[in-house]
Design a protein. Structure first.
Length: 66
């Protein structure tokens, strides 16, 4: 299986965003605390059912969202 797109909604500090992934190479760039690791954690969460930094499901949601 090849990951082509990641669509996040209220995941950690990302309110709503779509990330297109290349089948050849994808580089994630950004300043500190902008959500780069959160993109990777969302992929990990879908594959394994849990985040790698947070053990509680509520900790993966954007603060103030329902």
């Amino acid at each position: 299986m090849i990951l082509k797109r990641v669509q996040l909604h209220n995941f950690r500090n990302i309110s709503s965003r779509v990330f297109d992934i290349s089948s050849k190479l994808t580089i994630i760039l950004g300043e500190n605390a902008r959500g780069k690791t959160n993109i990777l954690e969302s992929i990990h969460c879908v594959i394994n059912g849990v985040g790698f930094r947070e053990s509680k499901e509520e900790e993966l949601l954007l603060m103030g969202s329902t």
